[in-house]
Design a protein. Sequence first.
Length: 319
Amino acid sequence: MNYTTQTGPDTLIAANFLKLGEVVGIPTETVYGLAGNGLDKDTVLKIFNAKNRPHFDPLILHLGSIDRLTEYTRNIPPIALQLAEKFWPGPLTLLLPKKDIVPDLVTSGLDTVAVRVPNHPLALQLLALLDFPLAAPSANPFGYISPTTAQHVYAQLQGKIPYILDGGPCGIGVESTIVGFENNNAIVYRLGGISVEDIEAITGPVQVQISSSNPTAPGMLKSHYAPKKPLIVGEVNTLLNMFADRKTGVINLDKKVGGATEQIQLSPTGDLNEAAKNLFAAMRHLDASDVDIILADIFPETGLGRAINDRLKRAAAEE
Ligand code: TXA
Ligand code: MG
């Protein structure tokens, strides 16, 4: 189906489309999502199709509040509840045993479902208008950089969805942190908007299990978040010397460098939260500019720096 895609801040319009079984772009604090009724198999299928997403990559269910959690999940470990109470609404996704009401297509047949309560005023307003949870992957074509503005969504999905709810630029800028459980122990499967340090403050030391072919998080493929231009991660001044004959676009934290065709400092004050917020827009900007190659610095491995390094590494991976 070919739509005339409208963009606007009207949660009633978005809610009406969603009640009709349509798929709409929605803002969250992390990245924009491509949302639909998460209890309706046909709508979930539309989400996969609009994104060209393989069905083996499960979706996150977005809930309006923590009170809805037991409608969709069961056997919730106490530590999961503690994390939810601390960080929801917020950029934390929990993997919990699913109830039968959640379609198998949402979870790619897994026995667990990913759930979170997003921390964005329009997303919460929208969810309050609905009696179903929203299944929503990031609103980018499969494998490309996640969108952090309504314009990013429009550029790639216009014609494929009827409406994009515009909530302005996302405040966090990288996807949610994904945490699963073995017995009552938390395991981090995707680095994201809540730092490992903040999680460990609640849980004590956690295992971080990030791999390119993680069967527990099948979507964590290496080539995720990739721009179309080659992106290389390393010490930026060394890279600039290596590629002195090319038009280079540099992404780094706070230092001015010489010799780049274009440079984006993600946070002139060295703030890793601000850097995360600006990361994906910077990658998109350089991808669309006339540089030949994108050179990205290695960020400090602390706070959201870990999620930034993770996304850059994936963006740099060939396949
Ligand atoms: O911040 C976010 O999480 C954004 C916004 C829109 O909420 N959403 C997002 O969704 O990043 P998506 O679909 O791009 O990434 C969800 C990830 C995928 O890597 C998927 O494999 C993993 O969550 N996932 C979902 N359900 C899972 C499950 N039951 N077990 C393991 N991994 C799961
Ligand atoms: Mg995604």
